[in-house]
Design a protein around this ligand. Structure first.
Ligand SMILES: [Fe+2]
Length: 154
């Protein structure tokens, strides 16, 4: 049986975010298919939320399965990603996602020798960058400079 989990606490993220965010692991240290080298599963984001910039050592591939969402990476800014497209995140690369009216269901794949790690929010504790907050799906591309996230200790 799959268990839905959350990485962040109420001290880090807003209640609205935590009500609309979760992931479940199919493959990995705690998944029904054990692996110490890769983790894979599903991420769900409800409508009208932003998953602020975060990063992790693991390399990551996302494959959205349902729902269009905006993805942010420093090199490309915000861009719309549709189901069937893939998004790659290099090790420690900050990235963010934002939904509008459609919820997002995406398959994720992590590759790392240390699967006990968790994603960390970028832009906290002196870290460098958060995604700009002005993204829209209709004008997804953005080169505006990153600004600090203002939610409570997210
Ligand atoms: Fe990630």
């Amino acid at each position: 049986m799959l268990a839905w989990r959350q990485t962040y606490s109420a001290q880090q993220m807003s209640r609205q975010f935590l009500e609309r965010y979760g992931w479940t692991e199919l493959v990995g240290l705690g998944g029904p298919v054990p692996s110490r080298e890769c983790a894979a599963g599903f991420l769900i984001l409800g409508p009208d939320i932003e998953y602020p910039a975060h990063h992790h050592e693991a390399r990551e591939l996302y494959l959205p399965l349902a729902g269009r969402a905006a993805w942010w990476q420093a090199q490309s800014g915000w861009r719309e990603v549709s189901p069937g497209e893939t998004v790659l995140h290099a090790s420690q690369e900050p990235h963010a996602m934002r939904t509008r009216s459609e919820p997002l269901l995406a398959f994720y794949l992590w590759r790392s020798a240390n699967l006990e790690q968790h994603a960390e929010l970028t832009g906290r504790r002196g870290a460098s960058v958060s995604a700009p907050r002005s993204a829209s799906l209709s004008s997804a591309a953005s080169s505006s400079p990153p600004s600090p996230d203002t939610s409570e200790e997210h």
